[in-house]
Design a protein around this ligand. Structure first.
Ligand code: MLT
Length: 304
């Protein structure tokens, strides 16, 4: 193996097993999970392999700076942060490792859902300020309530299974209605989900068809006690619409792990009836350990 072929640049937080395994196998590893765009433009010129997750953009402007890059590995599912066209043009192969973090994300969705429906985060913030606000902290049970899941992929299907264990009525909206699924749920149009669900979880990839799936037009169908959870991508729910819904108390609450622009201030942070988290749905030791293992195997196979 020639020396220049072995440079691996990791620009997102990964399980440290990946770094130690690569080093043991004589790869030249740079682990820069907080890399700035400016530095990335420099570093990418030297790398043969780039490993990334969400929260960092590999756009044309960056990919065009790569001279030796052969492989981009997305340690996760979503490819929306990579300019695949530009990579293809430069003969750079792009791989993702889908489904390995689905259980973590599905469980996390329920963490958000229960926290939002029972005011757990709000109560925690208030009590730490010695505010004992019990009369204002009414919430909702899950049992016998309707949950609408938008997207029944690996994550959505797991969410459906968990919802059934809570004795919830499960509705789902999917692109491919005829497809066989691991869990039996009622498939309905998007507007039916919005009209009938008490809880709505968005679990679809971001693309031209899913951008602004919840928008100014259809948000009027939501119930005043609706709770919205977004664990997919920012942009699937229009952030301005979500802001207005929450600010005017048109819905009970929301929780989102994803934003249109990550690592940036957002007006949603100012609202009391939304829980916000920095895209941590897949941040479990369990999922990241498997992803580190599979990423290492992939790199070893590719870089010979
Ligand atoms: C994914 O697409 O797999 C998720 O965004 C998880 C992540 O990379 O944090």
């Amino acid at each position: 193996m020639e020396y220049f072929k072995k440079k691996v640049l990791i620009i997102s937080p990964v399980h440290l097993d990946l770094i130690s395994n690569l080093k043991k196998n004589k790869f030249d590893v740079k682990y820069l999970p907080k890399i700035s765009k400016k530095k990335l433009m420099k570093e990418i010129a030297k790398a043969t392999v780039v490993v990334l997750r969400s929260g960092v953009q590999l756009g044309k402007d960056i990919i065009s700076k790569s001279n030796n890059l052969k492989f981009i590995i997305r340690a996760g599912s979503g490819l929306d942060n990579i300019d695949i066209k530009e990579a293809k043009k430069r003969n750079i192969k792009v791989f993702n490792l889908p489904n390995l973090n689905s259980q973590s994300v599905a469980e996390f969705s329920f963490g958000l859902l229960i926290s939002a429906s029972r005011n757990i985060v709000k109560a925690n913030i208030e009590l730490k300020n010695n505010l004992w606000n019990k009369p204002k902290l009414y919430g909702y049970e899950l049992k016998n309530k309707t949950i609408g899941i938008i997207g029944l992929g690996a994550i959505g299907s797991r969410i459906a299974k968990i919802a059934k264990a809570f004795s919830m009525n499960v509705l789902a909206n999917v692109k491919n209605v005829g497809k066989k699924r691991p869990v039996k749920v009622k498939i309905v149009p998007l507007n039916t989900i919005l009209k009938k669900s008490d809880f709505i979880i968005f679990s679809v990839p971001l693309n031209n068809k899913t951008k602004n799936l919840l928008n100014n037009k259809n948000s009027k169908y939501l119930k005043s006690h609706s709770i919205l959870i977004n664990i997919s991508r920012g942009g699937v729910i229009n952030e301005d619409v979500l802001y207005t819904l929450l600010n005017k108390n048109k819905i009970f609450a929301a929780a989102t792990d994803v934003f249109l622009h990550e690592k940036k201030q957002n007006k949603l942070f100012k609202l009391k009836n939304i829980i916000v988290t920095p895209h941590i749905g897949a941040m479990t030791f369990d999922a990241q350990k498997i992803l580190a293992e599979k990423t290492f195997e992939k790199i070893k196979k590719l870089v010979k």
